[in-house]
Design a protein around this ligand. Structure first.
Ligand code: BEZ
Length: 456
């Protein structure tokens, strides 16, 4: 038999002849992503077993990034597009990632037996210490979406010393009010569980547009082999209790928080109000609004400002939708429904957006950034991973983790502009909106420590 000899191969030519360094870098990234398959583990907790997948290696003195997904999804369907996004690699090569699957949501999960007591969202949060203990990790930066954002917030409230930062996408910190329940029950009469969950994840506009993304997620959820388990997580979400956040009070998030909401976040329990405007201002309000609606609107728009009416809404320009108790009936451009003297508008506010705004108003303004993302639909981490990555980098940089050399040119130029913006403004004590829209060209404000609100 021929003897095996060790042969040394020296590559003298570039591996990708004719390709630019950028292309070679992309190829290297793609190879790294392919190689890092993640390690899946399960641990027993007082509330049952929980599965999580770890990517990368722990970095000394760095927290792990820990993700928690929304209802109807698992860690992959919720976060893969974000974590595998090209620019995200700059971030994740510096952090180990722990992606938690809510019980019964992991790939291949068996269906729970009938009568299985699924953990409440609070209990899901109480499972996290078992994961960290198993991995011997002492601190995390949480990234959560929807129900997962709630779970991570609850965990941060009970274990503040272990959470260095939170990215909360589409969080609703409130328990369902009776109006929300009524709407939920009504929707349940005519809609299947997958449809209700799709309505929680995406806006009606997105769902009726039926893009490839929607088709993909509709298919995933409708044909999920663990649909019964998904329904249990959905029920736990709907039965969540209030986080009871209070600014400056005992119950508040102590770490830097980035609140993220899509501009077309679902109107699952959106409200419609019919507002009548006379020549001299509002003369009446009629219609449905959910509990706390006026307080929420006040939080969103402030007091004493005409927010809906001839002065601020431009007929034919402002986009609006019309809906009633959780059912969106249509959408179109704003225009007076009745002319002459008395103008009537149907106004819909995305409840999801209001929840974030309300959440923002309850958090420490010096620690909170609020990011409202344009053209992102209900799931910004799926539709706008680039924007979210950039905001995340900026957030981490504010926490002292990303050197500015790691930031994109765009981020760096924004940071520079921010510094001057902050100095003009002096000591800001309240949140503000950073309009980063292409039309306005306004720039975002400072890092955590100066609350920022971004519309991008
Ligand atoms: C990660 O690298 O963290 C990751 C990879 C695949 C899916 C989700 C996350």
């Amino acid at each position: 038999m021929a003897e095996l000899r060790e042969v040394q191969i020296t590559e003298e030519k570039p591996l990708l002849p004719g390709h630019t360094p950028e292309v070679a870098k992309e190829a290297e990234l793609a190879a790294r992503i392919l190689l890092d398959q993640g390690q899946t583990h399960s641990v027993e907790t007082p509330y049952g077993s929980v599965t999580f997948t770890v990517y990368g290696t722990p970095k000394p003195k760095r927290p792990a990034i820990l993700t928690y997904h929304d209802v109807g999804l698992n860690y992959k369907s919720c976060f893969q597009p974000l974590f595998q996004f090209g620019d995200m690699q700059e971030i994740i090569q510096n952090f180990v990632r722990v992606h938690v699957d809510a019980p019964g949501m992991e790939e291949g999960a068996p269906v729970f037996p009938l009568g299985y007591q699924y953990p409440s969202l609070d209990q899901l949060a109480d499972m996290i210490p078992c994961i960290l203990q198993y991995l011997n990790f002492s601190a995390v930066i949480g990234v959560g979406a929807g129900a997962g954002a709630y779970v991570l917030s609850r965990y941060a409230l009970t274990h503040p010393d272990t959470v260095e930062g939170l990215v909360l996408i589409n969080i609703d910190p409130n328990a369902k009010g009776w109006m929300d329940w009524a709407a939920h029950k009504l929707t349940g009469l005519t809609s299947s569980i997958p449809e209700m969950i799709l309505g929680h994840l995406f806006s009606q506009e997105e769902l009726s547009g039926n893009s490839e993304l929607i088709q993909k997620y509709r298919n995933i959820i409708t044909h999920a082999p663990n649909l019964e388990n998904i329904e249990l997580y959905w029920n736990s979400y709907n039965n969540r209790r209030d986080l009871n956040l209070e600014r400056g009070g005992a119950v508040t998030l102590k770490c830097p928080v980035m609140l993220v909401v899509g501009d077309q976040a679902p109107h699952e329990d959106a409200v419609v109000s019919r507002e009548f405007w006379g020549g001299r201002g509002r003369v009446g309000v009629l219609g449905w609004w959910s509990e706390g609606y006026l307080a929420k609107r006040q939080a969103l728009f402030g007091t004493g400002r005409a927010t809906v009416g001839p002065k601020r809404l431009i007929p034919g320009k402002n986009k609006m939708g019309m809906g009633l108790m959780g059912k969106e009936l249509g959408s179109g451009s704003l225009g007076p429904l009745e002319g002459r003297g008395r103008r009537e508008y149907n106004v819909i506010h995305s409840a999801s957006c209001l929840h974030q705004v309300e959440c923002n108003s309850k958090l420490d303004p010096t620690q909170t950034s609020f990011l409202k993302m344009a053209d992102s639909g209900g799931q910004p981490q799926l539709t706008q991973p680039g924007k979210l990555t950039e905001a995340f980098k900026y957030f981490l940089q504010g926490m002292g983790y990303m050197a500015s050399s790691c930031m994109t040119r765009l981020s760096r130029s924004r940071t520079a502009s921010l510094t001057s913006a902050a100095s003009i403004d002096g000591n800001r004590s309240r949140s503000r909106t950073l309009s980063q829209s292409s039309e306005s060209g306004t720039l975002p404000s400072g890092p955590p420590g100066h609350t920022m609100e971004v519309s991008c």
